[in-house]
Write a protein that binds this ligand. Structure first.
Ligand code: FAD
Length: 274
C-alpha cells in the first residue's frame, strides 16, 4: 500500500503500523497524527471527509489549536503556498472559498471522490520511514465491528449508480430501480426527499448531507437536481437524467436528458440490457 502513494506523488511516507485499522480508535489516531505534525511541521494536512476522518481530524485540529476547513469539494494551493478550499455554505446555496491565513498547519477534510486519483508513475521513488504510535487511555472499548447490511453494491464504490428521487413515488418504485442497477451491476442511490420519505435507507443518499459519488455512469430518475443533490454527483463521468419536466435543473447538467415518465423509460432500459 505504500508504493502506490509514492507512485502517485508522495516523496516520503510515514508508516505507523502499531495502529490497528480494524479496531479504529479516534483518540489514538488523533494523538499519533498530532505528534507527527509537531515533529515534521507540515504546511498543509489533509484527510478524507469520511466517517473516520470527520471523527478524528477535528480532534487533531483542536489539540493543535488550528483551524479546520471541513468537507471541502475542491482544494487548491496559491502561489504563496496558501490552501484555498471550496465548500458549500448555507445549505448549499453558495460555494465559499475558505483560507486559514494565520494558523499552521492548514488543515482540511476533503469529500471522498471529488478529486481524480493521480495517474501514478511507477518510476518514482521516495522515502519510507516507520514511526511509533502514541498510546492513549481511551474511554472507549471496541467490542465488535459489524458491516451494515446491504443487498446491493455500496454507492461510494459503484461504477454505475441508478438514483431515485421523489418522482419514484414510493418503495415499490425503488424495486424497479434496483432491477436496473442489478442489470448494470451497480448500486441504487437516492435523493434526500426519497430518504426523508422513508422509501430507502440513508446510506443510499447522494448529496451535501449524503455521500459524494463519482461513478462512470449516474442515472437520475425522478430527481429534480437541486444544488444540494448536484454537489454530491456532478463529478460523475457521464450523467443520464430521466424526468417528466424538461426544465428540471438536472436536465441542464445531464449528458443525456430523457424527457419522459420513469415508469416507461426504466423498464425499457432494463429490457434493452436483457
Ligand atoms: P423533487 O425536487 O420534488 O423532484 C422530483 C422530480 O421528479 C421532479 O423534477 C419531477 O419532474 C420528477 N418526476 C415526478 N414524477 C416523475 C415520473 N413519473 N417520471 C420522471 N420524473 C418524474 N437533497 C439531496 O438529494 N441530497 C442531499 O444530501 C441534500 N442535502 C440537503 C441539505 C440541506 C441543508 C438542505 C436544505 C436540503 C438538502 N437536500 C438534499 C434537499 C434538496 O434541496 C431537495 O429538496 C431534494 O434534493 C429534492 O429531491 P428530489 O429531486 O427527489 O425531489
Amino acid at each position: 500500500t505504500v508504493q502506490p502513494m509514492i507512485h502517485a506523488g508522495a516523496d516520503k511516507v510515514i508508516v505507523v503500523d502499531s495502529i490497528d485499522s480494524k479496531a479504529f480508535c479516534d483518540e489514538t489516531v488523533a494523538a499519533t497524527l498530532g505528534k507527527l505534525i509537531e515533529n515534521h511541521k507540515p504546511e498543509i494536512v489533509l484527510a478524507g471527509a469520511t466517517a473516520r476522518g470527520r471523527s478524528f481530524f477535528p480532534r487533531v485540529a483542536a489539540a493543535l489549536e488550528c483551524g479546520l476547513i471541513g468537507s471541502c469539494a475542491e482544494v487548491d494551493v496559491d502561489e504563496s503556498g496558501s490552501l484555498r478550499a471550496k465548500r458549500p455554505g448555507f445549505g448549499g446555496n453558495f460555494i465559499a472559498t475558505v483560507e486559514c491565513p494565520d494558523s499552521r498547519p492548514q488543515m482540511a477534510t476533503i469529500r471522498p471522490k471529488v478529486l481524480t486519483a493521480a495517474k501514478g508513475d511507477a518510476s518514482r521513488t521516495g522515502d519510507v520511514v516507520c514511526e511509533s504510535g502514541v498510546e492513549t487511555d481511551s474511554r472507549k472499548e471496541i467490542l465488535s465491528v459489524t458491516s451494515s447490511d446491504s443487498d446491493t453494491v455500496q454507492i461510494a464504490d459503484a461504477d454505475f449508480i441508478v438514483t431515485g428521487g421523489r418522482g419514484v413515488k414510493g418503495p415499490e418504485g425503488f424495486e424497479l430501480l434496483k432491477k436496473l442497477a442489478k442489470a448494470l451491476d451497480g448500486a441504487v442511490g437516492a435523493s434526500r426527499a426519497a430518504v426523508d420519505a422513508g422509501w430507502i435507507p440513508y446510506d443510499h443518499q447522494v448529496g451535501q448531507t449524503g455521500q459524494t459519488v463519482r461513478p462512470r455512469v449516474y442515472i437520475a430518475c425522478g430527481v429534480s437536481g437541486q444544488i444540494q443533490h448536484l454537489v454530491g454527483m456532478r463529478s460523475s463521468d457521464f450523467i443520464i437524467a430521466v424526468n417528466k419536466d424538461r426544465e428540471a435543473p438536472i436536465m441542464e447538467i445531464a449528458d443525456i436528458a430523457i424527457v419522459g415518465d420513469l415508469f416507461d423509460v426504466v423498464p425499457a432500459l432494463i429490457a434493452g440490457l436483457a
